[in-house]
Unconditional design. Structure first.
Length: 81
């Protein structure tokens, strides 16, 4: 089996391609999914027994833990708690 030489690359073409892709991505408006998911990740520490109760409540409603907590926080704020 013959060993082929590495083809010559044209770095200028590669750089132009890469910079063109960056310009195209900047021109696009953010998608609806990206606009709707502007959330800030945060860490909250729960006692294990409270977390178990949250998980049970979320499971009963068919929600994820995060969705249940978000819903509960929104409900509490809406009711002036």
């Amino acid at each position: 089996m013959a060993i082929a030489k590495k083809p010559k690359s044209n770095q200028t073409d590669a750089d132009a391609f890469i910079s063109g892709a960056a310009l195209k991505s900047q021109d696009k408006a953010p998608s609806k999914a990206a606009e709707n998911d502007r959330r800030t990740p945060t860490v909250i520490r729960f006692p294990p027994d409270l977390l178990a109760k949250i998980d049970e409540a979320a499971k009963r409603r068919g929600l994820s833990r995060a969705a249940w907590i978000l819903n509960a926080a929104s409900h509490a704020l809406d009711n002036g708690l």
